[in-house]
Write a protein that binds this ligand. Structure first.
Ligand SMILES: NC(=O)c1ccc[n+]([C@@H]2O[C@H](COP(=O)([O-])OP(=O)(O)OC[C@H]3O[C@@H](n4cnc5c(N)ncnc54)[C@H](O)[C@@H]3O)[C@@H](O)[C@H]2O)c1
Length: 314
């Protein structure tokens, strides 16, 4: 069994590879970046020898297909994407990586006669909070993305449905909200994790937004993606990840419960998203839902950062 992981040098991708390697699986890493700094926080250099590293560009269709074919890939876990600020700064490149790249993955699966693809979508496919009278927002509530990034993700979900209808390639997508934990260092919602790192360093930090949202631990998110790949269910599935709805004040209190002598503050502005999304469809589908309580996840992340700082890995 080999797992092809795109965006493997990113936060969730590195966590996916870390769990797979620790489980003894063969892993093909595919990322345009060769910067292993996130991976180095999760796996020792010895553990990383179990991985086949490919410097690859998702927008290069022949390279994506050739890599999948050459390495006897059986599972695709597609994480690579440009996040909200990068898509806003460069919309065409955003579409090339996030939309055409996704199609290149589906095409590679088709050419390799794979039956299933697992990929990352996002709650950014939904619209602004005032469009949804019910919270948590039901799984089947209408989509109305307010960012290019959300529009690309919505397009990917539709394209995956068509690949199932036309070619019988099944897929499972998860829509995380705010992923936090070791290695979460870029993107619009990375600030809570940056505050945890600052606290671990004994530094103050001001988080750029506030309000209430759902937070999912990067390790849990990675385990859920792997479980989707292993389950490989027939159909074109998309699931909200759900979880606790927490206020930024609660996040700050939880960080300061571990490190009381730093000042963590936040801007009051709520993100342009509803406060929570219903994950009952995922709960019906998946045998296991990985959901470390936020209090435990934050405390553990701060401790992990302290350890990484001591070992010179952050
Ligand atoms: N982090 C979150 O809170 C969150 C929330 C919802 C959805 N998601 C989705 O989950 C996935 C993983 O997110 P993340 O936080 O790990 O992202 P990340 O930004 O940390 O990592 C993305 C990775 O994709 C790689 N990449 C970019 N362009 C590429 C290309 N052309 N070819 C190959 N690789 C390329 C980057 O080098 C990077 O390593 C993404 O699809 C993201 O949209 C993340």
């Amino acid at each position: 069994m080999s797992y092809f992981v795109t965006g493997s040098m990113g936060c969730i991708g590195a966590w996916v590879m870390s769990h797979l390697v620790k489980r003894g699986e063969a892993v093909i890493s595919f990322d345009i970046s060769e910067d292993r700094s996130r991976l180095n926080m999760l796996l020792t250099p010895e553990e990383q020898t179990a991985i086949t590293f490919i410097k690859g560009d998702l927008t290069n269709a022949p390279q994506v297909t050739a890599t999948v074919l050459e390495h006897g890939v059986q599972h695709i876990i597609h994480m690579a994407a440009l996040q909200v600020p990068f898509c806003r700064a460069n919309p065409v490149l955003g579409a090339q990586v996030n939309v055409v790249g996704h199609l290149n993955i589906l095409e590679a699966a088709r050419k390799a006669t794979l039956k299933h693809v697992t990929y990352a979508s996002s709650i950014a496919v939904y619209g602004a909070a005032d469009q949804y009278p019910i919270e948590p927002v039901p799984h089947d509530a209408p989509q109305n993305p307010s960012t290019l990034y959300g529009g690309y993700k919505a397009c990917n979900e539709q394209n995956a449905r068509v690949y199932y209808k036309d070619y019988g390639i099944s897929s499972t997508a998860l829509r995380p909200y705010t992923v936090y934990g070791i290695a979460r260092d870029q993107g619009m919602t990375s600030d809570p994790t940056k505050a945890m790192l600052a606290a671990a360093r004994g530094e103050n930090y001001r988080i750029a937004y506030g309000g209430v949202g759902q937070m999912q631990l990067a390790s849990d998110v990675a385990l859920q993606f792997i479980a989707c790949a292993d389950q490989a269910s027939e159909g074109a599935h998309v699931f909200n990840m759900g979880g606790e709805m927490v206020s930024m004040q609660q996040v700050v209190d939880l960080i300061q419960a571990v490190v009381p002598n730093v000042q963590i503050t936040f801007e009051p502005t709520q993100l342009p998203f509803p406060r929570g999304f219903d994950d009952s469809a995922l709960r019906q589908h998946a045998p296991t839902v990985y959901e470390t309580p936020v209090a435990q996840g934050i405390a553990h992340t701060v401790e992990q950062f302290r350890d990484l700082i001591a070992r010179g890995l952050v």
